[in-house]
Design a protein around this ligand. Structure first.
Ligand code: 13P
Length: 254
């Protein structure tokens, strides 16, 4: 059975006090299960403290980004070594907000994925088309192009990787992809990965959906065969909604 993940991307939200409050409440209400791994991705400045707060809990810690060098004169950047030092397990790479506002392209995303793997961090690689691209009938071409970076990764490293399909038009808009539309793209992603590597690698790959995931739509989304969890933005900022999402995610044994 492939790994399933519910991850909360806090984006640029929460001070230390607010973040600790949220994590303490999550810890108190979280019931671990063998089916989904729960992960929180706070901003960099909170990582060390939240790592301490999560000690002894089953909730995992992730970062939202990293730089691809280990150290050096890169003002303002954070290296994979620093993330390891902060107790991080997962790292989101290539989020559409990074691609849009910080001009991250496939080359940069690949370098970041390799840097994460080099240091034992688990990359959650984001892919997804804009509304314009979807309306032009190019959604699958765009996603295939973003997935092409996987050709630069060894087959053994694929065990550490998850993909998140986040259609840009569904992020923060309340306009969730229908389960059918999301499933069509998730299946396409799995087929593409099978083409790059093989069927086993594709079958073991967790593919998360992101974009306006809420407690009331997560069950239908995760009931689909190829949707292995969720990358949650806004609804991960409140304890009740994030715990409800974890609780409501489907537990169909495939
Ligand atoms: P929302 O859940 O707020 O739409 O954000 C999704 C996202 O971008 C997670 O990475």
């Amino acid at each position: 059975m492939r790994k399933r993940i519910i991850a909360g991307n806090w984006k640029m939200h929460k001070t230390l006090v607010e973040g600790l409050e949220l994590v303490e409440a999550l810890k108190a209400g979280y019931i671990p299960d063998d089916y989904y791994e729960a992960v929180v991705h706070p901003p960099f400045t909170l990582l060390h403290e939240i790592s301490k707060a999560l000690e002894g809990s089953d909730i995992k810690l992730g970062a939202q980004n990293l730089f691809y060098e280990d150290e050096g004169a890169y003002t303002g950047e954070i290296s994979p070594l620093m993330l390891k030092d902060a107790g991080v397990d997962y790292v989101i790479i290539g989020h559409s907000e990074r691609r849009k506002y910080f001009h991250e392209d496939n080359d940069i995303v690949l370098k970041k994925v390799r840097a994460a793997l080099r240091h034992g961090l688990k990359p959650i690689i984001c892919v997804g088309e804009t509304l314009e691209q979807r309306e032009a009938g190019k959604a699958k071409d765009v996603v295939a192009d973003q997935l092409s970076i996987l050709r630069g990764i060894s087959i053994g490293d694929m065990e550490e990787i998850a993909i998140a399909y986040e259609p840009v038009w569904a992020i923060g808009t309340g306009r969730t992809a229908t389960p059918e539309l999301a499933e069509e793209m998730h299946k396409f992603i799995r087929e593409t990965v099978a083409g790059i590597f093989n069927r086993d690698v594709a079958n073991n790959l967790p593919i998360l959906y992101g974009g306006s995931v809420k407690p009331n739509n997560v069950f239908d989304l995760t009931s689909e065969e190829d949707i292995d969890g969720a990358l949650v933005g806004g609804a991960s900022l409140k304890v009740d909604s994030f715990l409800s999402i974890i609780k409501n995610a489907a537990r169909n044994i495939i």
